[in-house]
Design a binder for this molecule. Structure first.
Ligand code: AR6
Length: 169
């Protein structure tokens, strides 16, 4: 059984096996949680991302997929980079967002990780409404078979924390 826990705070402060990054398909960094992870984790993460681009993802990491690198100077063993969908009011992209969580857990299982910290993927710059992002995140983690013992959602502000807490019940 995977225990879902909620923390309000900064994901780069977490001591876990895996920190999940809400990346973009370039894997070359950006703003939001992606910027924070690269800043705090240092250049080893970007180096590893560049190598992955050269070896596997010349066209970018597709939306909904996930890939692992070193966690650099973070207090974690790996960063799993996943690319959330940009929110659309006219097209249902929920399954792509769910895929981010499923694929991250699949990669975490391959690595043998037991504790995984997730941000609210797509709920920042990519514009996903927080309540719906929380619903998809929690439903998907609950429904995904995994050896991960703790899935920790790390929510940056009170509004995000409350949205996840309401969903968790
Ligand atoms: N710890 C935890 N959560 C955070 C942190 C942090 N340090 N910083 C921001 N958040 P976002 P997205 C929250 O925008 O929507 C980047 O440029 C934030 O408040 O980081 O998937 C990438 O390169 C929000 O609730 O990710 C992509 O281009 C949540 O994390 C694009 O942004 C996700 O917000 C991805 O956009």
């Amino acid at each position: 059984m995977t225990t879902i826990t909620l923390v309000q705070g900064d994901i780069t402060d977490q001591s876990v096996d895996v920190v999940v990054n809400a990346a973009n398909s370039s894997l070359l960094g950006g703003g939001g949680v992606d910027g924070a992870i690269h800043r705090r984790g240092g250049p080893a993460i970007l180096d590893a991302c560049r190598k992955l681009r050269a070896s596997h993802y010349g066209r970018g990491l597709p939306t909904g997929q996930a890939v692992a690198t070193t966690a650099g100077a973070l207090d974690a063993r790996w960063v799993i980079h996943t690319v959330g969908p940009v929110y659309s009011a006219t097209e249902d992209r929920s399954d792509l967002l769910a895929s981010c969580y499923r694929e991250s857990l699949r990669v975490a299982d391959e690595l043998g990780a037991r504790t995984v910290a997730f941000p609210a993927v797509s709920a920042g710059i990519y514009g996903w409404p927080m309540d719906d992002a929380a619903r998809i995140a929690i439903e998907t983690v609950r429904a995904t078979p995994t050896a991960v013992e703790e899935a920790r959602f790390v929510l940056f502000d009170e509004q995000a924390y409350t949205a996840f807490a309401d969903r968790l019940g």
